[in-house]
Design a protein around this ligand. Sequence first.
Ligand SMILES: NC(=O)c1ccc[n+]([C@@H]2O[C@H](COP(=O)([O-])OP(=O)(O)OC[C@H]3O[C@@H](n4cnc5c(N)ncnc54)[C@H](OP(=O)(O)O)[C@@H]3O)[C@@H](O)[C@H]2O)c1
Length: 236
Amino acid sequence: MGGTSGIGYGLAQRLSHAGSTVVVGGRGVHDVTDLDTVRIDVSDQASVLRARDEVLERHPDLDMVVTMSGIMLVEDLRDPAHSAQAETTIQTNLLGTIRVIDAFTPHLVARGSADIMTVTSGIGFLPFPLMPTYGASKAGVHAYTEALRAQLAGTGVQVTELIPPAVANAGQEKLNPAALPLGDFLDEVLSLLTTNPTPQEIVVEAAKRLRWAERDGTYTALLEQRSQALNTLPGR
Ligand SMILES: NC(=O)c1ccc[n+]([C@@H]2O[C@H](COP(=O)([O-])OP(=O)(O)OC[C@H]3O[C@@H](n4cnc5c(N)ncnc54)[C@H](OP(=O)(O)O)[C@@H]3O)[C@@H](O)[C@H]2O)c1
């Protein structure tokens, strides 16, 4: 789910070209004409269950679910009005991920051999202060993913966390001139998956400094550097 644009759409295209049967989900499915689609709003439980039923009816042997749906919002925490963005972010990124996983887990476990891929962000490991709730939501998805993996151990369902760095789409290219071109990111992800098809985490080279900042002792300096972006907020 979350495959109607950007990273999700690119990954779906690559997997489809490689011979997989792929269904992409999102609210804007009309924008996708070259892949099978399902309409889903992950912030709405009824929509998630409807989409799940539709997908399993079309593909009763479904063996992988990717929870890619996500929004990346800039927030000014000195303005309490940001709480609307905070709630939408948690509804979509964290609760949306949980809803989709809950909807498909019984099917995947019953199948006895399947994959769940969650999507976090380098920002879940090293905050980008312009997007506070986004970072919190992704740190939450990381913790949830680790617990999910432990709970599904022995069921045949593998759990993988994709941890992208800044990738040049969805406005990130404006916030971060060093954002990785989408094609380069996808090339590296596919190459890592070819080497190891069931990794616990997919961390491309550019994401490593974020994923491991705390371990590497670079966390404080990098956070200070990333806080410079707050100067772009109106009135700062
Ligand atoms: N780009 C980056 O720099 C970057 C870095 C790290 C992590 N990520 C993560 O990677 C994932 C994909 O991001 P992207 O860069 O490819 O952004 P994107 O192009 O904006 O894609 C976001 C996807 O999420 C879907 N989505 C958003 N709200 C939804 C909702 N309520 N229900 C269902 N689907 C919803 C969108 O579909 P509809 O609008 O059609 O609903 C779209 O398919 C996100 O989880 C993002 O947090 C991105």
